[in-house]
Design a protein around this ligand. Structure first.
Ligand SMILES: NCc1[nH]cc(CCC(=O)O)c1CC(=O)O
Length: 334
């Protein structure tokens, strides 16, 4: 008599940062996977990343070097974990050899929000008084808001969402800018005071979506991710956005914003590059087939570069590296 013994399905190990937002996102991913594969085990492994530890260096100085992702990536390369859940916005556009963006989940609202101190609860961006201190550590938000509201003052703010909100409530800022998606996911939608429209400020590449990374050769995990978690329209939009950023960026965080939409088989991508003082804004829109998402991103980047983005990016690269980062860039210009 022969017996057929099938080997038990392997346990899938999910890497995550330890921040509250990261955990909410990771447990959501775990739950979706568990629902589709009730007989499998999905384990969460938490890790601290460099970005969670270095809280005193302005992000602009550090740039897009995978500060929030490196340790999670090493976990997969060392075979300690099988996938990693990221806010897609924090995932560099170039991944290490051996790793791949396995899927992109359905996007939350990708816009930024104005969150105000209680004393400004009857105000909007347009009506905040001159000199009001607005907290943001993003060059993208800074440049676009300066362009429209040159009478406001801008100040660096770091730390996780709760830390930033505590600093606002303690009176260190009159208002801060945060992603709507993060606040929604943490059950703090009530702190969204005003959703900033794309005419005022374009959002970051990948904002509001989760990107799940895995080993390039792990076909089993790749199949599971695509089947359970991939949201095709979000993925197409984000592939266009990431190709746009990849084609433009050069070693440090720069004021680059995007907006995308899909209608039928047509994708529309708007991209922007701004100077730090908000004086110069280069913005253009491209439309084409969703199937050519990445090509559209590359083409739009090339167009913006020809329209003057090249000079802006070179200037910022020199400025940020010469000074101590955003904090000093801000002081220099005020
Ligand atoms: N680097 C910060 C970060 N990374 C992801 C989010 C939440 C929003 C998202 O998923 O895009 C945030 C907070 C913020 O920008 O306010």
């Amino acid at each position: 008599m022969s017996s057929i013994v099938s080997s038990p399905a392997r346990t899938i190990r999910i890497g995550s940062r330890k921040s509250q937002l990261a955990l909410v996102q990771t447990y959501w991913v775990q739950e979706q996977l568990q629902k589709h594969f009730p007989d499998r085990t999905f384990e969460v492994h938490t890790m601290s990343t460099q970005g969670d530890k270095i809280l005193d260096v302005p992000l602009a100085k550090i740039g897009d070097k995978g500060l929030f992702t490196k340790e999670l990536e090493q976990g997969m390369l060392d075979n300690d974990t099988d996938l990693a859940v990221h806010s897609l916005k924090d995932l560099p556009t170039r991944l290490p050899e051996g790793l791949i963006l396995g899927c992109v989940t359905e996007r939350e609202n990708p816009a930024d929000a104005l969150v105000v101190h209680e004393k400004h609860k009857d105000k909007q961006l347009e009506t905040l008084p001159a000199g009001a201190v607005v907290g943001t550590s993003s060059l993208r938000r800074l440049a676009q808001l300066r362009h429209h509201f040159p009478h406001l003052a801008f100040k660096d703010v770091r730390g996780n969402l709760n830390t930033r909100l505590a600093k606002l409530d303690a009176g260190e800022y009159d208002a801060i800018i945060l992603a709507v998606a993060g606040l929604n996911r943490l059950g703090m939608s009530d702190r969204v005071h005003q959703i900033i429209p794309p005419e005022v400020s374009l959002h970051a590449v990948g904002q509001g979506a989760l990107g799940i990374e895995c080993r390039t050769d792990d076909t089993e995990v790749l199949e599971i991710l695509k089947k359970v978690l991939e949201h095709t329209p979000t993925a197409q939009r984000c592939y266009a956005e990431r190709a746009f950023l990849r084609e433009l960026e050069g070693g440090c965080q720069v004021p680059i914003g995007v907006n995308t939409s899909i209608e039928g088989d047509t994708l529309t991508l708007t991209g922007l590059v701004a100077s730090l003082d908000g004086q110069r804004v280069i913005k253009d829109t491209i439309t084409g087939a969703t199937a050519d998402a990445e090509q559209l991103g590359i083409e739009l980047a090339q167009r913006l570069r020809q329209q003057g983005a090249k000079e802006i990016l070179e200037e910022i690269f020199i400025q940020v590296n010469r000074s101590g980062g955003l904090k000093e860039v801000l002081q220099e210009q005020e």
